[in-house]
Design a protein around this ligand. Structure first.
Ligand SMILES: [Zn+2]
Length: 574
């Protein structure tokens, strides 16, 4: 089996690998080759045999043994073996790796003590004139583990890069950049490492992670290259698992325990999910990442209420993790629970000032403080004062009309109030919906109970029919709530487009509120360029009911129509 949480396999592993690849000892060659090809159990067996048969078992081999123990999930033994190494030679590189093992196993206090030992060793090390690259990198990693400012850690690595152009330094900067979601920088560094060593597995898997996270199609090419060398690389397997889950290929996804638990959740196998969770937490009671990984999968499948419950559980394990607090905020926003979300966003941003998503969302939250709130027990509209004045009555009429037509037809009792947030700035709308500005294709997004959408004045005059958008999104509210967000995205789209066109044929109400709003504009100064959102190279956010292209909509509509004709329509339709 491969390790349960490969993101913890940082560059110390790289250093060990690099070290042994260049080792001259003949006996090592067997296990090094096995290791290189991902045959970890056999490599471990070989190194253990070597330790018994030779009188001189080098420290490097003991390090390898501990790393292979870790890679094969025997973490307690890995800790003991690595501790033995540090007893003989307390180098920061070994101590940092030991601390990583301890943290991975949930032994936080032990990990802290080990890091304190590293700090002491650093003082000693600084008395020497020179320091090896490996130890320099370990000091950077120490800073990362102690939560130092990413920019300062980058400066530390850059100083090394000024001296020499090495694979390990590029990988270290790549890992740092990847951890702070700076995918462009990470990809540049991994590529530079690959120019020096085209077969480097950490650089390949890092590049794969960048491409995967930013929705870059080159991910497949890199994955294939890495798989040709090592089909069992932990990071590649996790990414493959996530891709399979996104594509709904559940059989292929059962690679890692967290993903396996997520599969259980997606299959509504609560008992199976709980069993795996208990097993994982028994092994590592501090492993909050487990619930977080599962929550990510739940959110990708629109199951935001479950994602929130999972993230609350994760926060109980590690309430200080800014990533968990941010994810919790994002999913609370998707449920329309803005107030609580804001508290978590502020905390996440305070802990991680490089979190551009949190920054953007807080900017929009500030902007929304000036919004008007209109509605009753059924509807809650949040929109700028001008939109409230000109559009809110027409919006409520439309929603009431949609509600009376569709709720009976689809036999659904909606959770109330349904929330509609309308934005006069497209970037603000996109940020509120996805955390990132951009993507002109989206006009409205539905999360189940919450609809976010552009105001007509966020778009060039005459290009948007807000009624059509609102109707379409309300149909998503109906279908998503009817199925408790357990519906294939394509089907929800098809039904929305079908209902939207159906309504269009029966009404001709495009002009009234938009022309009124146009007149109202003339007395208002248009606000432009007031947002300072940070953009990021990232495509393929995980929500957005409108992500599919128009031609697809047309196809789905015809399928839906066909379905209705074939199976008969319910009486009492509009
Ligand atoms: Zn839609």
């Amino acid at each position: 089996m491969f390790p349960r949480q490969p993101t913890y396999i940082g560059f110390s592993g790289v250093i060990v690998i690099a070290f042994i690849w260049t080792s001259p000892v003949q006996a090592e060659e067997n296990y090094v080759e096995l290791w290189r090809h991902g045959r970890y159990t056999e490599a471990l067996q070989a190194v253990e045999e070597a330790s018994q048969s030779t009188t001189h078992f080098s420290l490097a081999q003991v390090r390898d043994q501990s790393e292979l123990l870790f890679l094969t999930g025997r973490v307690d033994e890995a800790i003991e073996v690595r501790r033995a190494v540090t007893a003989r030679q307390p180098l920061p590189s070994d101590l940092v790796r030991l601390a990583e093992y301890q943290r991975y196993r949930g032994r936080w206090e032990d990990g802290e003590q080990t890091l304190e030992r590293v700090t002491e060793q650093v003082q000693l090390l600084l008395q020497y004139d020179s320091i090896t690259e490996e130890e320099w990198l370990a000091l950077g990693r120490l800073n990362e583990l102690q939560g130092a400012d990413a920019k300062l850690v980058l400066v530390h690595y850059r100083r090394l890069q000024e001296q020499q152009n090495s694979v390990e330094a590029h990988v270290a900067v790549g890992d740092l950049a990847l951890a702070t979601a700076a995918y462009d920088l990470a990809a540049t560094e991994y590529s530079a490492a690959l120019e020096l060593d085209a077969q480097n597995q950490e650089a390949l898997s890092g590049l794969l992670a960048c491409f995967h996270e930013s929705g870059d199609r080159r991910a497949e090419e890199v994955a294939a290259k890495l798989a040709a060398i090592n089909p069992n690389h932990p990071r590649a397997l996790i990414i493959a698992g996530r891709r399979h889950l996104d594509l709904g290929e559940l059989e292929d996804a059962e690679e890692a325990l967290a993903l396996k638990a997520a599969v259980g959740l997606l299959r509504f196998d609560q008992a199976g999910y709980e069993t795996i969770r208990l097993r994982v937490l028994e092994f590592n009671p501090g492993f909050a990442e487990f619930d977080r990984i599962v929550s990510e999968v739940a959110a990708r499948h629109y199951r935001f209420d479950e994602a929130v419950a999972l993230l609350r559980a994760a926060a109980e394990i590690d309430g200080q993790d800014p990533g968990i607090r941010f994810d919790l905020a994002l999913n609370l926003l998707r449920l329309g629970q803005d107030e609580e979300a804001r508290v978590h966003l502020q905390a996440a941003f305070q802990d991680d000032p490089y979190n551009v998503h949190a920054f953007n969302l807080l900017e929009v939250a500030d902007e929304m403080d000036s919004f008007a709130a209109v509605g009753d027990s059924l509807w809650h509209l949040q929109l700028p004062a001008l939109e409230a004045e000109v559009l809110s009555t027409a919006m409520l009429d439309l929603l009431n009309q949609a509600s009376s037509r569709l709720e009976a037809r689809y036999e659904v009792d909606l959770e109330r109030p349904v929330i509609v947030q309308m934005f006069r700035d497209h970037d603000a709308f996109m940020v509120r919906s996805t955390g990132l500005p951009g993507n002109a294709g989206h006009l409205g997004i539905c999360f189940g109970r919450l609809i976010t959408m552009d105001s007509p004045r966020a778009r060039p005059t005459g290009t948007v029919n807000w009624q059509q958008v609102l109707w379409h999104e309300f149909v998503h509210v109906v279908t998503l709530q009817k199925t408790r967000n357990r519906m294939p995205r394509w089907l929800s789209e098809g039904v929305s487009v079908y209902e939207e066109t159906r309504r269009e044929r029966r009404s001709n109400s495009h002009h009234l509120p938009r022309s009124a709003l146009s007149r109202a504009y003339q007395t208002q100064r248009r606000r432009r360029g007031s947002y300072r959102f940070y953009r990021q190279q990232r495509i393929g956010h995980h929500m957005g009911a409108e992500a599919a292209g128009i031609p697809l909509y047309a196809d789905l509509t015809s399928h839906r129509k066909y379905g209705l004709r074939r199976h008969g329509e319910r009486p009492g339709g509009c």
